[in-house]
Design a protein around this ligand. Structure first.
Ligand SMILES: *[C@@H]1O[C@H](CO)[C@@H](O)[C@H](O)[C@H]1NC(C)=O
Ligand SMILES: *[C@@H]1O[C@H](CO)[C@@H](O)[C@H](O)[C@H]1NC(C)=O
Length: 544
């Protein structure tokens, strides 16, 4: 009972006017670059504040040349056997510059993750790239490398997740009703079948590609595909729980692309007792076939929220202020969910989306249902199929891409290929809030914590501090493509005895690092101090 009261008290406080001090409630947009040379179809933030971006190789010539007059010769390429343009770039947030990179085989509609050693391991793609595993190291001169050992199955539209042991699991993909791991433990390790992907696959409509996968704090995987979800023990190839169908039964995965997040995990005395998943938007059953016939269905305007830690979990439905297909859902450092990009009719797929939704929407999970959603100010640039969004260290959200055509078509098409990169600054970045914004003084960036380490976080706040409205959060840098962010998770650390003043405008919180790899797989995270829902700039830390 006591913990229940405490929970409601925290929820009520974090949504009160006092807690959420905002001035310009609509956020702001800025155009960072009118062109990055390619269309940002896949994005991953690296721990050196660069962003790895790529589209596909068989698109024709991009708007950026490879370095030093290099060219890629690929006899298998469907469009250009010799291509002297880049289809991947590295974007440097601090200098707002780009560097062309060379991918060797086709990476279209693939997946990946940032590994604990700061390399990106990317898997699959199309054509000659569909079995390939590629590595990108985070360094100033690094470029893509293709590994000799590839995938057992072709992976196109698969979802990857980092596992507690440091490997990746790669789930599904087109006509692949199975999963495999990378790296392999032994040469005899195979792909394992996953009948759930057959059960959720409508052979004509698919609707279960890029499944939404989250690591549950019990070490099992929550897998949502089409309109259903399971809890899956990948180590025993066993479904341990089947969740009810999302009410209404409409599909939420590609090409009826909605999105999903694991809501913030609050660690209290070494455990996470409440685990919730939120799935929003998508397109109704048949929308893809209808779009092929020139009929563009209204996108779904509902979200389903489910407390997967309950003994008998049930979906609770909510209505978004704006219907959306191909929307991205991003966890912001303060625990809010940003819903951004996409359209209000049609589906994912070439030329099948209509009516861009230019306004992002904030979802505040702890607020009462009637005040959870807040419409944000609009961008001017449609971000349709193949658009992306990621959180960066300073709390802004990078938005790029949109390419609903096979080529880089800029004219004679409904939504031109978008080479631009924008930043959306959520309302918490309003300069008028600067006296409430924490600045982290200690620990130093790149500090490594062990599981359960007690760690002192020192920060300043120049205005009045409300100690009970301070929290310390950690956000994993996710791999974003096709409106889904793989490996996305936000942890609210246990700050035990609260906050103490240690000098003029200087404070300390002693927090406990996450307890295990099930709650926080080893690797890089962004750590933030949040005061009255306003996050500090993040610092990179390592766990494990
Ligand atoms: C990229 O586009 C700009 C403006 O649209 C153009 O001036 C430039 O020549 C293009 N560069 C390449 C390498 O295609
Ligand atoms: C798109 O670009 C390709 C390659 O340049 C061209 O063949 C095709 O006709 C273009 N499509 C449209 C609708 O302009």
């Amino acid at each position: 009972m006591t913990s229940l009261i405490l929970h409601f008290f925290i929820a009520a406080v974090s949504c009160s006017v006092l807690a959420t001090a905002t001035i310009n409630a609509g956020g702001t947009w800025s155009l960072l670059r009118s062109t990055i040379g390619i269309t940002a179809m896949h994005m991953q933030l690296l721990p050196n504040d660069r962003v790895l971006i790529y589209d596909r190789t068989d698109f024709g010539e991009s708007n950026i040349s490879l370095a030093d007059g290099k060219c890629r010769r690929d006899p298998n390429d469907n469009v250009l056997k010799k291509d002297c343009t880049a289809h991947s770039v590295e974007y440097d947030v601090a200098s707002n510059t780009i560097r062309p990179l060379m991918v060797l085989t086709d990476v279209w509609c693939s997946s990946g993750a940032l590994m604990p050693d700061a390399t990106v391991v990317q898997t699959g793609g199309f054509n000659d790239g569909d079995h390939v595993v590629r590595v990108f190291n985070s360094c100033d001169t690094c470029d893509w490398e293709e590994l000799k050992s590839g995938l057992i199955k072709r992976r196109w539209y698969a979802t990857n997740h980092i596992l507690p042991g440091g490997r990746q699991i790669i789930i599904g993909g087109r006509r692949q009703f199975n999963y495999e791991f990378f790296p392999k433990i032994s040469s005899s390790e195979k792909a394992y079948s996953l009948p759930f992907l057959v059960q959720t696959n409508d052979p004509k409509l698919e609707n279960n590609l890029y499944p939404f996968v989250f690591l549950n704090p019990d070490g099992k995987l929550f897998i949502f595909a089409n309109n259903r979800a399971i809890l899956f023990d990948y180590s025993r190839n066993k479904v341990v729980k089947t969740f009810p169908m999302i009410p209404g039964g409409e599909p939420r995965n590609y090409p009826s692309t909605g999105s999903g997040v694991l809501l913030p995990l609050r660690i209290v005395q070494g455990t996470v007792s409440v685990v919730e998943v939120l799935v929003c938007g998508g397109a109704p059953k048949g929308a893809f076939v209808n779009a092929q016939n020139g009929k563009f269905n209204d996108a779904l305007n509902t979200c389903g929220r489910i407390r997967i830690s309950d003994p008998n979990p049930q979906w609770v439905m909510e209505t978004m202020p704006l219907a959306r297909v191909m929307g991205d859902m991003l966890l912001l450092p303060n625990g809010d969910v940003l819903i951004i990009n996409g359209g209000s009719s049609g589906t994912a797929g070439w030329e099948y989306g209509r009516n861009p939704v230019l306004n992002p929407v904030l979802y505040k999970p702890d607020c009462q249902p009637d005040v959870r959603f807040e419409i944000q100010d609009p961008s001017t640039i449609p971000r349709m199929y193949h658009s992306t969004a990621i959180l960066i260290r300073d709390g802004r959200v990078l938005v790029g891409g949109s390419n609903p055509h096979i080529y880089y078509n800029f004219t004679n098409v409904l939504y031109p290929t978008e080479l631009s990169l924008e930043a959306f600054s959520p309302p918490y970045l309003d300069p008028q809030l600067s006296d409430l914004r924490p600045t982290i003084i200690f620990p130093d960036p790149q500090t490594r914590f062990g599981y359960r380490d007690l760690t002192t976080i020192r920060f300043t706040v120049s205005g009045t501090l409300f100690p009970h409205l301070v929290s310390v959060t950690m956000v994993a840098p996710s791999f974003n493509t096709h409106s889904f962010s793989m490996n996305q998770r936000l942890l609210i650390l246990d700050s035990g005895n609260g906050i103490r003043a240690v000098g003029n405008s200087m404070y300390e919180a002693v927090v406990t690092a996450p307890p295990s790899g099930n709650i926080a797989p080893a690797g890089y995270y962004l750590l933030f101090v949040v005061h009255r829902q306003i996050p500090s700039e993040g610092i990179w830390v390592q766990i494990g």
